[in-house]
Design a protein around this ligand. Sequence first.
Ligand code: AMP
Length: 313
Amino acid sequence: MTVLVIGSIALDTLETPFGRAEELLGGAGSYFSLAASVLTNVQMVGVIGADLPEEHLETLRSRGIDLGGVQRVPNGKTFRWAGRYEYDMNVAQTIDTQLNVFGDFRPNLPENYRDTEYVYLANITPRLQLEVIEQVRKPKFVGLDSMNFWIGNPETKRDLTQVIKRVNAVFMNDAEIRQYTGKYNLFEAARDVLSLGPQVVLMKKGEHGAVAVSREGIFVAAAYPLETVKDPTGAGDSFAGGLMGHLAQTGDTSWAGLKRAMIFGSVIASFAVETFGTDGLLRMTPEAIAARYETLRQCTMFESLSQPTEART
Ligand code: AMP
């Protein structure tokens, strides 16, 4: 099956305690697509300027990603983001955001995108996310991400609430959901978001993994235990790409399917953060994903107290 994504396609300038890099291929849409493309077909919607190097488009195409929904504005400048991480790499500090060509982008989905069932509204202006969802005829499962940049502005926050009401899954990190709901307790905050309509809230907690809250229960997915983390940029988008990619691959959006998909999300995000930019995602293979999936399973499995003692020893 196929997953459609709208989100930023960016030139990122990044600084972490382990180094600095300028004008790398980035953006929520790019990380998501590279992550999901190892599991399923991806259709991308977005906009780029004249200055996005052709090699970045080649990188995306080399993973089979369909760029039919990506418009190039001949005289425009590509979206740019500059961010920094201190020693606590769970928190990104935005140094600069330049919307550039995203400022007056009007998405117009190619006809063959409009019947796609799995849709991901990656981080971008909530108004654009709404415009995309309105063009998809019969979505089966829609995921949504956002960030403080949009939650902090009353106008874009109002639009974001309209988007939340139309999706199945909301992905937010702990700080974002606290900011959006004004609630400190994450479970209370998740209930507030669920009351707007989605079936599941997926709270990302950086190196501590992710927690899903739905009407069916709570599930905690650990992060993959990595010894090398160089650049957390795109971790959230890669988590979402792994998760949505698995849902689209299996067609199973049940609670059990979602829990398994979260483990794919954790595993795929681990490849993204090991190196700068998108390199880790480009090096990842299905075999390496399967091996990490099994390691994570072994690391987080424990027995029920109701099992007889002999069976436990
Ligand atoms: P993540 O680390 O998963 O939250 O995503 C990081 C990516 O989000 C970077 O590659 C940025 O280019 C992109 N990004 C940062 N700020 C914004 C924004 N306001 N809107 C859309 N994308 C953004």
